[in-house]
Design a protein around this ligand. Sequence first.
Ligand code: SF4
Ligand code: SF4
Length: 318
Amino acid sequence: MEYMIKSNAPRRVREFNFKTDCTHVFFVSSSGHCSLDCSYCIVNPIVKHQPTLSYEDLAFLLGRVDGRALLMFSGSGDFFAGYRKGEKLLARILEHDVEVTLDINGVMIHEFAELPEEGLRRIRYINLTMHYVQLLRHNALKAWRDNALTLIGRKGQALFLAGFVLSPPERGHWREAVDFFRENVFEKTGQRLVLIKDVNTRFGAEDETVLAALQEEFADLIEEAFQEDFSTQFQHHSHVICPAGYSYFHVWNDGRVQGCPYIAGLADCGNLKERRFEPRPAMFKCTSARHCDCNNIALLGKMVFPESSGVAASGAGR
Ligand code: SF4
Ligand code: SF4
């Protein structure tokens, strides 16, 4: 019986075949800076003017990999806020044998508009989040709208997810935000919006009422309301065989390479700023799968669930 992933991800991501043939996957928090200050940011304190991975750091890593690498740019800061436009980090990375996913806030997109078609094809997926209250406070709504239209124009629809975080303390702005998206993005491009429920603040009855009213009023443009719960798909498994440290790595803006941030034995797999990359020789038997990285690995088709049959577990170690 083939194991069916009860994935916790927005429907668009679940429907999009996220499985990859890339030999190595790097979840890369490349940027040491974010221009926004979202109250619901899970990074505390929000990264400001911290070290950032350079092109040379990433080129070193790619030079140590046989085969194609998937670089998933996400995490602590905003990818584009981590470098100056003239550095063209994204364009230069896309010249390698890579696939790339971007998780960005859309305040700046640097050289994206000028990327050559070949480079653009190597971007598998873009997740753009509209942090409306922050955009309002930073007087950045127009810049965000222009960037969103450029991103969608070049890479929209099936390969694109636009999200808006519903945080209860900002409830007074929810309707205004969705209406802004409708007028400035949906009516121009047809791009729909996923509402992401803030996991850090409990939704009360009034929050649910406002959410239901939004879903009714904007039924044509809201794809779904979604709450992250990374543990769901692992709850019936005593363990998994995980490629963390073997072919999956979490790379941080200060250069650290970890197989897995949650398992002490997998915490050090090198440091790009020290030009060290030290993978483990085998996969890892893990009884602690419940985190964001675990979810990413499963979505990518790289996690081995012991109940499934016909899935190669060769190389599995301890
Ligand atoms: S845009 Fe993302 S990284 Fe930046 S403050 Fe907001 S939630 Fe945090
Ligand atoms: S916690 Fe998750 S990512 Fe880390 S080793 Fe376990 S299954 Fe893999």
